[in-house]
Design a protein around this ligand. Structure first.
Ligand SMILES: Nc1ncnc2c1ncn2[C@@H]1O[C@H](COP(=O)(O)OP(=O)(O)OP(=O)(O)O)[C@@H](O)[C@H]1O
Length: 367
């Protein structure tokens, strides 16, 4: 394990000044959307802001100590901050996580260009600069990303459901976009918080004919997804019920971005009330959002290139996690994915996105 990084304030050295100027120049030359500063200790934040002028600056760090004074509620300059808690991870993993979280918190668009400033050779000294195109960088969804969704539900089931959701979001049905909601795991409790909306098309079929690992069942799910309501899927991947109205209680400590309606609030609420994971496909745009514990933990954008489940080799424990290339990855028009873990203090931009409370959403959705 790496030693904890020092948190004594860093001097604004001529080298740091030089890197800030270089980052600003690079950002201007490439019309970058933001500059991400990976801080390892507090800094003269006012000077940092001065160095970047009106350019959008995000500050990421592993601990609150390292961000001391950088928040807008600290009488500091008020940067958007991202808390990582990945002290012993290699710098490129921390950068990736910072970018993913910035997308999750809507501080960055998934297709943004970002100049990053960080320390890679000399701990605590800013000595490196990169220009990152998020489309390319976040397009590789790793098994490790999914492992961050801590759950008892087998990864195979989660991956199969996400693959299916991504297909539904991309393809729609008969040329029309469709949205849907799939609630996975903790199905007994979820059933208690649901009621049929009418005809349940999977009722009466034996469990062996309702497994989402079966291509025919996946086709059936795509067909049924046009109907109102949610699918309830057990942890082992059996479609337990379809066209269900989820009646999970509204929770006051859920916040979602403005624009997300009843389907997404339902996903947040059912995952707050149970151990389930919910996968929502938006009918407007095909974005897939994965919810756990009442919040979005993964967002997959309907981008142009293939989504790949990349084999990931852990640098920490030597574990080699096999991600079989899915059938999806071989299809020519597949989407790319970006990953989200919402555990950061939400920044200014996210707040500016005027988050709504459940009651507002219910009103928006007409009930
Ligand atoms: N409590 C619920 N249980 C199951 N399905 C629901 C529930 N609430 C809404 N839905 C489904 O979500 C559909 C879309 O609702 P709404 O447009 O308000 O959601 P949304 O979050 O804005 O999703 P989208 O981005 O797809 O429009 C409804 O027609 C219904 O099928």
């Amino acid at each position: 394990m790496a030693p904890p990084r020092a948190t004594a304030p860093r001097r604004f050295t001529p080298q740091l000044e030089g890197f800030c100027a270089a980052a600003s120049g690079l950002a201007d030359q490439h019309s970058a959307d933001a500059i991400l500063f990976l801080a390892e200790r507090p800094i003269d934040w006012a000077k940092l802001q001065e160095a970047f002028g009106s350019r959008t600056l995000l500050v990421a760090a592993d601990s609150e100590d390292q961000l001391a004074g950088a928040h807008d509620d600290d009488n500091g300059p008020g940067f958007d901050t991202i808390l990582l808690g990945m002290n012993d991870a290699p710098v490129f993993e921390r950068l990736t996580q910072a970018l993913l979280e910035a997308v999750a918190d809507e501080l960055l668009e998934p297709g943004s260009k970002v100049v990053t400033l960080y320390s890679s050779y000399d701990p605590g000294v800013i000595d490196s600069l990169s220009l990152i195109h998020l489309d390319e960088h976040l397009g590789r969804l790793t098994v490790r990303d999914l492992r961050r969704i801590e759950t008892k539900i087998p990864m195979e089931t989660i991956r199969a459901v996400i693959d299916l959701a991504v297909e539904i979001g991309r393809e729609g049905r008969e040329g029309k976009p469709i949205g849907t909601l799939m609630v996975v795991g903790d199905h007994k409790r979820t059933l208690e918080l649901s009621k049929p909306m009418g005809f349940d098309p999977v009722k009466g079929y034996p469990a062996s004919e309702r497994s989402i690992s079966d291509a025919k069942v996946r086709d059936g799910v795509k067909e049924i997804a046009q109907m109102d309501g949610a699918f309830i899927i057990s942890a082992n991947g059996t479609v337990v019920a379809a066209a269900q109205h989820i009646t999970a209680p509204a929770s006051t400590d859920i916040t979602l971005s403005k624009g997300l309606g009843a389907r997404h609030w339902t996903a947040a609420q059912i995952t707050k009330a149970t151990e389930a994971i919910a996968v929502a496909v938006s009918s407007s745009g095909g974005t897939v959002r994965v919810f756990q514990g009442g919040e979005v933990v993964l967002r997959i954008e309907p981008l142009e290139r293939a989504m790949t489940w990349r084999e990931f080799e852990s640098e920490h424990d030597g574990d080699k996690e096999k991600a079989a290339a899915t059938a999806d990855a071989k299809k020519p028009t597949e989407k790319k994915a970006s990953k989200v873990r919402s555990k950061t203090p939400r920044g200014k931009a996210a707040k500016a996105a005027a988050e709504t409370k459940p009651d507002d959403a219910a009103a928006d959705a007409g009930g």
